[in-house]
Design a protein around this ligand. Sequence first.
Ligand SMILES: Nc1ncnc2c1ncn2[C@@H]1O[C@H](COP(=O)(O)OP(=O)(O)O)[C@@H](O)[C@H]1O
Ligand SMILES: [Mg+2]
Length: 244
Amino acid sequence: MGKVTAIVSGKGGTGKSFVTTGLGIALARRNKRVLLMDLDLYFRGIDLMLGTDDGLLFDMGDVFNGNCSPEKAVYSCEGIGGLFIMSASQGMDDNIDTNVMRSLINALKADYDYILIDCNGAGKAFEAAAVESETVIVLTDAEPLSVRCAEKMSCRLKEMGLHNARLLMNNFSEKVFFRLNCFQDIDEIIDKIGARLLGIVPEDEEFAFALQRSSPFGVRSKAVYAFDRIAARLDGIDVSLFIE
Ligand SMILES: Nc1ncnc2c1ncn2[C@@H]1O[C@H](COP(=O)(O)OP(=O)(O)O)[C@@H](O)[C@H]1O
Ligand SMILES: [Mg+2]
């Protein structure tokens, strides 16, 4: 059965889609079968980042409306073997049945080693994804508002009885961190959010540009190395958090 991981953040624009895509590519490069579920019901974007947007005929909305089977709404990603995507409909409302969403995730598990779910941190789709996930990756960057939102997110998960949150610090730049001077060190952020650190993804213009151009596959840049290490860690390999 595949491992399900939801990627959430309290604040928008912290890099959920960036991280979901980067991690998905890194896991596929480890010869895993990976499904990316874009559950951002208003602003789906992974199809654009992977260049699969033109070919998408069916999406999750069609599955829920009974227009197609779940398999029909899954598309393989041409740029790399083993990577697949299922997108939310654009403007799909969140008034979905949580149990139906949970069943969909469960049914898909058998076909993949990993299912990564990109979702914002509210609503029924989020609840279903969080409950079905072995790990919920809570994202933040070093801005105080993002940290506050991630803190709320982590509390919300605990209120739901889920104690599987892992923190991922994204878009990290040491220079900006110390210039901002809002937090003494990363430990202060970890303590505030109350979740174990899974990794730090640096600010990386090269990978960000590659995603804008729908061609992230051949890039070997800072964030890509971080994703490789996080993917290894998710895969149960003991890789240290920091590059010595
Ligand atoms: N580590 C990073 N380095 C550089 N740019 C980043 C990084 N993470 C996110 N971005 C950029 O920030 C913007 C928002 O990221 P996105 O993944 O769309 O956020 P979200 O899905 O959480 O709304 C995008 O332009 C993305 O390329
Ligand atoms: Mg997004």
